[in-house]
Design a protein around this ligand. Structure first.
Ligand code: LLP
Length: 423
């Protein structure tokens, strides 16, 4: 559900014509709908209303300050994976007591920053990290609240690059070793054991793998951990099930948050914990589009190419995962349709938004909307081929705001220096 709709053949973001935004800010440009962001948060949060829970929006999916502020105002916490994401979340007004810190490679400065900010918990991913976190905490005279991120070895049935909870993945701790590591955590002195965490993957389109992961953790908790940990004086009061709920890009039919929540809450029965969820894509994916302008229609004997001004530098998902993004004309055109690749200006054959896609024959200057671009769009953008990053625009009803300016050529060389030897 989102608020990008056609009126009289023209695409609107809420009540603003996308064409007007493109005229004022140029292309390519990301456009987000505030009403959609709010709606997604509320639907998701409401779905869990029956259970003690905390929604921690996954900052990696969209880290624009205005987007983070929107969720913070709704009461959201945040899932972060770096010092930079912590900085962004705090700048946006996040409550540090609602921040969880995941990731396999936390550095000393990042750990210190998070300890000083007094975040809710660290999701620890290895034995060495556990020991290191204890040392850094001791150095600051603090105790770090922790969960162990366990790896339940469940196949999330998604793209291998975004599948994280199987035995061979770099993430998490083998669930069978977790009792041993909890024991270690309790013995170290500067750690406070408060939870269990897992995240099995992203863009999941059925509840099955989530339920399997939960039941494996549950079984383990019931059998080994809870009794043992209670005896040792630890209090497991959070169960973090990560993010991963998918969205519709093409014809997927992911479960509604209600269905997802019902399945998880059912699996939690009798367990006295606060559930933490780390949704990213489902909050922002369909709340954003990337608008790009057609530069040329290039026809060869073999193929047709619609060359647009946005590229893999702006939105890398199709190039990196071969993923599908719907492409719609900003102003509907009653021309014949053609089958073409929609490609960007980058000097790589992997630079495409669509392959062999049926589109209305475009004219140079036409605007296209790449739909469902709000998650892992701008956050994965780069300056490859020295393209400044596009602006981000937030629409609210009849108004729109540039919430991140288009980068300039000067931004491209910020921090670069020609050393004396070359002067
Ligand atoms: N929590 C953790 C620990 C994660 O690693 C992730 C995503 C999330 C939460 C949020 O997952 P979500 O609800 O968004 O599925 N760039 C890829 C997706 C990478 C996901 C990485 N981890 C893409 O564009 O599809």
């Amino acid at each position: 559900m989102h608020y990008f709709e056609y009126r009289d053949g023209e695409l609107f973001a809420e009540r603003v014509p996308v064409r007007r935004i493109a005229r004022e800010v140029g292309t390519p440009a990301y456009i987000y709908s505030l009403a959609t962001l709010r709606r997604h948060y509320r639907v998701f949060d409401q779905a869990f209303a029956r259970a003690p829970h905390l929604v921690c929006f996954s900052v990696k999916s969209n880290s624009n300050l205005a987007v983070l502020r929107t969720f913070a105002r709704e009461g959201s916490g945040f899932d972060i994976v770096s010092g930079g994401e912590l900085f962004r979340a705090l700048k946006a007004g996040a409550d540090p007591k609602k921040i969880v810190f995941s990731g396999v490679g936390k550095k000393k400065e990042e750990i210190e920053y998070a300890l000083n900010a007094a975040i809710l918990m660290f999701n620890v991913e290895s034995e060495q990290e556990l020991i290191f976190l204890n040392d850094v905490s001791r150095g600051l005279g603090k105790r770090a609240p922790i969960s162990l991120r366990v790896n339940p070895d469940v196949d999330p049935e998604t793209h291998p690059y975004i599948s994280t909870g199987m035995k061979k993945s770099k993430f998490g701790i083998d669930i069978k070793r977790s009792a041993e590591l909890y024991k270690k955590a309790l013995s170290l002195g500067n750690l406070e054991v408060i939870g269990v965490d897992c995240h099995i993957g992203s863009q999941l389109t059925s509840v099955g793998p989530f339920v399997d992961a939960l039941s494996r953790i549950r079984e383990y908790l019931d059998r080994v951990l809870v009794g043992y940990l209670r005896k040792e004086g630890a209090n497991i009061r959070y169960l973090d099930l990560g993010g991963g709920l998918g969205i519709r890009y093409k014809d997927e039919e992911p479960p509604h948050p209600e269905e997802y929540a019902a399945a998880l809450i059912h699996g939690l029965e009798g367990l006295d914990v606060t559930l933490i969820l780390e949704p990213g894509r489902v909050m922002v994916g369909n709340a954003g589009i990337l608008v790009t302008e057609v530069l040329y229609l290039k026809e060869t004997d073999e193929k047709k190419f619609v060359v647009v001004d946005g590229g893999m530098n702006d939105l890398i998902r199709p190039a990196l995962y071969g993923s599908y993004q719907a492409i719609q004309p900003v102003v509907e055109r009653k021309s014949e349709t053609i089958v073409a690749d929609v490609v960007g200006p980058i000097c790589e054959s992997g630079d495409f938004f669509a392959k062999d896609r049926e589109v209305p024959r475009p004219q140079p200057g036409d605007l296209l909307a790449i739909m469902s671009a709000g998650a892992y769009g701008f956050t994965m953008a780069s300056n490859y081929n020295a393209h400044p990053k596009p602006p981000e625009v937030l629409v609210d009803g009849d108004n729109f705001y540039v919430v991140r300016a288009r980068e300039s050529f000067d931004d491209l060389i910020k921090g670069e220096v020609i050393p004396p030897v070359l002067q």
